[in-house]
Design a protein around this ligand. Structure first.
Ligand code: NDP
Length: 256
């Protein structure tokens, strides 16, 4: 893992009950360069047994309840995190929680589109807005750009790339709600990058690879450990040049 995390005072991950969110928290907590405070959010901490076991072992890991589609829950979580981080503010926000509402041209409905949009595109925007005072507080204490200062990472997917959904590549994963929600998240990322630049808050979108989680399924080529080891080294190495970017987990740029 990048040593950059040793200079990251406070980091928060949404959707840390399982899958990539849980792996991120575990790798950060057990790594040699763990952030000062790791805030793992879950919509139902009581049901997140693996996460609670980790928190018992690592005193710098704090669990906060957050249902990303509830504005009330977002505001309550922001207050709780404010109490945890105090004058340090929030150095790194990873918007990871996501869903895949599978539907093709025949089966897609307005409800399925809106449900996927709410979790994958609207929630990261509303969460970042609610946590902006904390991000600004962290940014005010540093210089340059990256997780040593303040950063927002949106976990997106290459399935959200408009350019890549053409020709041979377009014949698989015909998921209207998921693909369009991630395209929207990519634009949310660029819009927020423009708006947060003056405050020195880095903002970018990252594709974690196709990974064996509940969402990725058993046929995916990458384990959660493999994906997150690479994801964390990309996040740890982010700087000014990566502000507003859309990157593959290998660190390569992806077409929008
Ligand atoms: P999983 O389905 O394994 O886990 C999803 C996580 O999101 C769970 O912790 C889940 O919590 C949480 N979540 C969903 N809805 C909410 C909500 N309303 N409030 C709070 N938490 C919520 O997915 P992955 O770990 O595989 O995916 C993580 C991210 O990476 C997603 O954004 C996904 O789109 C992206 N991604 C994944 C790929 C893959 O191959 N796995 C490929 C490309 C992108 P709960 O346990 O409560 O349901």
């Amino acid at each position: 893992m990048s040593s950059a995390f040793k200079n990251c005072k406070t980091l928060m991950v949404t959707g840390a009950s399982r899958g990539l969110g849980l792996q991120m928290v575990e790798s950060l907590a057990t790594g040699t360069c763990s952030p000062g405070k790791i805030i793992a959010t879950a919509r139902d901490p009581g049901g997140a047994a693996a996460l609670r076991r980790l928190a018992e072992k690592f005193p710098n890991l704090h669990i906060v309840a957050l249902d990303v589609v509830s504005q009330e829950s977002i505001e309550k979580a922001a207050q709780e995190v404010d109490q945890l981080v105090r004058e340090d503010g929030l150095s790194c926000l990873i918007n990871n929680a996501g869903i895949n509402v599978v539907a093709n041209f025949e089966t897609v409905t307005a409800e399925k589109m809106l449900e996927n949009f709410h979790t994958n595109a609207v929630a990261p925007l509303m969460i970042t807005k609610a946590f902006l005072p904390l991000l600004k507080r962290a940014a005010a204490r540093g210089t340059g750009m990256g997780v040593h200062r303040a950063a927002v990472i949106n976990m997106t997917s290459l399935l959200g790339s408009v350019e890549l959904n053409w020709g041979e590549r377009a014949n698989s994963f015909k998921w209207y709600p998921y693909r369009t929600s991630k395209s929207a998240l990519n634009m949310v990322t660029r819009c927020m990058a423009v708006d947060m630049e003056a405050d020195g808050i880095l903002c970018m979108a990252l594709h974690p690879g196709w990974v064996r989680t509940d969402m990725g399924g058993p046929q995916a080529p990458l384990s959660a450990e493999e994906s997150i080891s690479s994801v964390l080294s990309v996040i740890g190495g982010l700087s000014e040049k990566d502000h507003g970017s859309f990157l593959h987990y290998t660190g390569e740029p992806l077409p929008w």
